[in-house]
Design a protein around this ligand. Structure first.
Ligand SMILES: Cc1cc2nc3c(=O)[nH]c(=O)nc-3n(C[C@H](O)[C@H](O)[C@H](O)COP(=O)(O)OP(=O)(O)OC[C@H]3O[C@@H](n4cnc5c(N)ncnc54)[C@H](O)[C@@H]3O)c2cc1C
Length: 401
């Protein structure tokens, strides 16, 4: 087996790994090698619903999302390669009436963080979304600058700019092991060769859970399968402009426009996750009963959707943590080892800030732009899970189980 050297090796070419490579290369972090076992965005990133919203019930994730929004809005200036395909459709968060007080509190928190959001009433929402059934809506949280992006374009754009800045992006290369010598990273074994390196960033999504476990990351990480469904957009819902993007907690769904001319609707159940033993055994197509449930729930908000045929859907593999929030940390006992995991199916939109934080950690010894301590792996053992002060009781997706 041949041997080569790198200053940093990144495991995984999803949105997080590619963003990390871009930021490391921007910081001139030396020889940066990204190893992706399949192709770029082959994991969750390529399957993402890719909603880009700031509405979180906890401040730390909202801060990551807010910092990331700058990248989506100013991609050419901040990244400068490829196209993240950001559509600033606007975003609304709806909740059931029992959650109105929580919605108010969260909008207040988000405004304090600096998010461009405000509460709107039914009349104003009806102007933005005239075709929706708003009978149960008194208030909604509105974000005029949010929307959705193209997750493959985003991943490829980050990787392309990293490449231009000197990083090596290697697809078809699996990292099979990490060599640790005397409490320090010594290198990575790959299906091609051994790369001697003092620093490794693991961003391997669901496929990296066994690797993290083997390195002693002691958190209950559970790979899961989540799905989305796609429908034709009936002309009565308007044409030539995107629908406003929505998370509708009262019906446990999210939806947005899809396609270059916004002629389709992409929708999913917000909290319907199926256990996934082996991400390589993932069934790629959406299940028919899933698609039927999404359509039924969607038609409660957009009645016309009850008559629209589904146009398929797909599934992807994510990783759940016990508190439903991501983990971003460095290994407490292995010098030079950093990782991002537990994306919880909501970490596309934060991938710019997560990659920035990981790169800052490697290059400057600590993340500078965002406080990532709330995402430490040790929070579970400390009995301090990351929980928002005003978490919603949304309609869940368990009905299908
Ligand atoms: C159906 C669906 C809908 C979603 N909707 C949204 C949404 O609306 N908004 C949002 O923000 N997020 C959403 N997400 C979540 C989001 O897509 C993920 O959180 C995000 O893409 C995770 O990116 P990642 O880079 O961490 O992981 P991944 O994209 O999974 O990338 C990991 C990569 O690492 C590679 N890899 C793993 N192990 C190795 C190894 N040993 N050697 C080499 N390569 C390796 C894999 O092949 C893979 O390409 C959704 C996800 C799904 C599946």
């Amino acid at each position: 087996m041949t041997e080569r050297t790198a200053d940093v090796v990144i495991v995984g070419g999803g949105a997080v790994g590619a963003s990390t490579a871009f930021h490391l290369a921007s910081f001139r972090a030396g020889r940066v090698v990204l190893c992706e076992r399949r192709s770029l965005a082959a994991g969750a990133s390529g399957r993402s619903g890719a909603l880009v919203r700031m509405h979180y019930t906890n401040e730390p994730e909202a801060r990551l999302a807010l910092l990331s929004l700058r990248y989506f809005r100013h991609w050419d200036e901040l990244v400068g390669a490829g196209d993240c395909g950001f559509v600033p459709s606007g975003f609304v968060r709806l909740v059931s009436p029992e959650n109105f007080a929580r919605l108010r509190a969260n909008v207040e928190m988000l405004r304090r963080v600096g998010v461009n959001t405000r509460l709107i009433g039914r009349e104003e929402l009806a102007e933005l979304a005239p075709e929706w059934d708003l009978t149960d809506v008194e208030i909604a949280a509105y974000e005029p600058e949010s929307g959705y992006a193209n997750p493959v374009g985003t991943t490829e754009g980050f990787a392309e700019r990293a490449r231009q800045l000197g990083a090596i992006i290697e697809t078809g290369t699996e990292v099979t092991g990490i060599r640790v010598d005397g409490g320090r990273v010594a290198g990575v074994e790959t299906t091609r060769d051994f790369i001697s390196t003092p620093t490794v960033v693991i961003a391997g999504g669901a496929w990296a859970v066994p690797l993290l476990r083997s390195l002693g990351v002691d958190v209950d990480l559970r790979p899961a399968r989540i799905q989305v469904a796609v429908f034709d957009r009936p002309p009565v819902l308007g044409t030539g402009r995107p629908l406003i993007t929505c998370i509708d907690g009262a019906n446990g769904i999210y939806f947005r426009s899809e396609g270059p001319d916004w002629s389709r609707i992409l929708a999913g159940l917000s909290a319907y996750r199926l256990p996934l033993e082996d991400p390589d055994q993932l069934k790629n197509e959406a299940d028919p009963d899933y698609t039927a449930t999404v359509r039924e729930r969607l038609s409660r908000r957009l009645p016309v959707m009850g008559f629209v045929p589904p146009r398929g859907g797909w599934a992807g593999a994510i990783v759940l943590s016990p508190d439903g929030k991501p983990i971003l940390d460095r290994h407490p006992e292995v010098e030079g080892l950093y990782f991002f995991t537990a994306d919880n199916g909501t970490s596309f939109k934060t991938s710019p800030a997560v990659g920035l934080s990981l790169a800052e950690w490697v290059v400057f010894g600590a993340p500078r732009s965002v406080d990532v301590r709330p995402f430490r792996a040790g929070r579970f053992a400390e009995g301090k899970p990351l929980v928002g002060e005003h978490e919603y009781e949304d309609l869940l997706g368990d009905a299908l189980r």
